[in-house]
Design a protein around this ligand. Structure first.
Ligand code: ATP
Length: 370
């Protein structure tokens, strides 16, 4: 499923040079994006970068100051929110407390004037989809937070929108329930075939559920890619740093031919050996971005490693299956390395103050200009 790589595929949503200003302030800055049918598209970015504004324009609560938004090829500017095949599910769920779960789900359908037996069928279908059949007669306060979340989802999907906008849909749930619910959400999205656009602050959540992740910064989208590509080949230090944990080492590049580089990074330290798909000129400033799990930690200097530096363990974060080691280099730099915990803690290989070797291959990280 990669419609974005198919030149024939028509996007369900097309933003064409969309700008949104509030007075002098530019919240969305000349944005052009495509979202395809059946996609689970995640918007990620720091607070205030414009995620909610983008969703509100899709829902019809705001209109672009400049540019156009197309839904299935139609300019949606003249279409009022309630006439758009778009629904928005809010973090608060906004369920009616005095109505039963069944009536909550039926509410929008009744208001639309759908025939009674069709409403019955549709509500039953939504109850089945979200596994809420047993709770149909209860009121929202008589079910759990996770179940309320599913009611909100059932209600948002009842009118069979083409596009469902989810603003922090799992924000109110605790971590364990949240993780289970992510899989449910993916399952429901797949079964209904609805296109989902989700805003979340939780980058792990975005990586779990999304077909593609869009990273935003100051009203612009800086990278859109599948979760694995955005994690493994971020296009900037900003994206590398925003998604997951990363070590950033600054230096200057020296091309050695065939995409290999020697990167000088500190006086007295041998240059780092790096293989890079991104091109750099001699003496160009660059950053090596390397994930902690790509850095190996060992007591002895590895016999054949492209890069090896010695350091001292300052801190250890024990996470059960893995530990993250904070290692201070003689240069003062701090590097994070991750290793699986295969032994009992009393017998583990490394402890505080140990002098260790960190090593990584030439292809373990990405070389970025800025
Ligand atoms: P968060 O993650 O905190 O919800 P966000 O990325 O969703 O943030 P938006 O809510 O889209 O950000 O806001 C983007 C910027 O636009 C913010 O700086 C916000 O203050 C500003 N903004 C949003 N709505 C309005 C408005 N109606 N009037 C003036 N400024 C606004």
């Amino acid at each position: 499923f990669e419609p974005w790589n198919d030149p024939e595929a028509k996007p369900l949503i097309h933003f064409q040079n969309v700008t949104k200003r509030f007075g002098e302030f530019t919240a969305i800055d000349n944005l052009t994006i495509d979202i395809y049918e059946r996609e689970f598209y995640a918007l990620l970015g720091p607070s205030g970068c414009g995620k909610t504004t983008l969703m509100r324009m899709l829902a019809g609560f705001e209109n672009p100051t400049e540019g156009k938004i197309f839904l299935a090829g139609q300019d949606i500017a003249p279409v009022p929110p309630n006439k758009r095949a778009v629904n928005m599910m809010f973090q608060s769920y906004a369920l009616f407390p005095h109505l039963s779960i069944w009536e909550n789900i039926a509410f929008g359908l009744k208001r639309e004037g759908m025939p009674k037996h069709d409403i019955n069928d549709r509500v039953e279908e939504m109850l089945r989809l979200t596994r809420l059949e047993k709770f149909a007669r209860r009121k929202p306060h008589q079910i759990s937070g996770g179940q309320r979340q599913r009611v909100a989802l059932a209600r948002s999907l009842a009118k069979a929108p083409k596009l469902l906008l989810l603003d922090e849909p799992l924000g109110a749930l605790d971590k364990k329930l949240r993780q289970d619910t992510q899989f449910e959400l993916m399952d429901i999205q797949e079964k209904t075939g609805t296109t989902f656009v989700i805003v979340t602050h939780d980058q792990e959540e975005a990586m779990t559920v999304a077909s593609r992740v869009a990273v935003m910064d100051h009203g612009k989208i800086v990278q859109v890619a599948t979760p694995d590509r955005i994690y493994e080949t971020p296009n900037s230090v900003y994206v590398a740093d925003f998604i997951g944990d990363v070590n950033l080492i600054e230096g200057t590049a020296k091309p050695n031919g065939s995409g290999t580089y020697a990167m000088s990074w500190h006086e007295g330290q041998p240059p780092l050996s790096i293989q890079s798909a991104n091109g750099f000129s001699d003496g160009q400033k660059c950053h090596l971005a390397i994930r902690p799990e790509k850095v190996s930690i060992s007591a002895e200097k590895p016999a054949a490693a492209d890069n090896a530096v010695q350091g001292r363990i300052l801190d250890i974060a024990y996470l059960g299956n893995i530990s993250t080691y904070h290692v201070e280099l003689p240069t003062g730099a701090l590097i994070k390395a991750q290793a699986a915990n295969t032994r009992r803690i009393a017998r583990r290989d490394f402890t505080w103050e140990d002098t260790v070797w960190l090593s990584w291959t030439a292809t373990a990280g990405v070389l970025l200009a800025e």
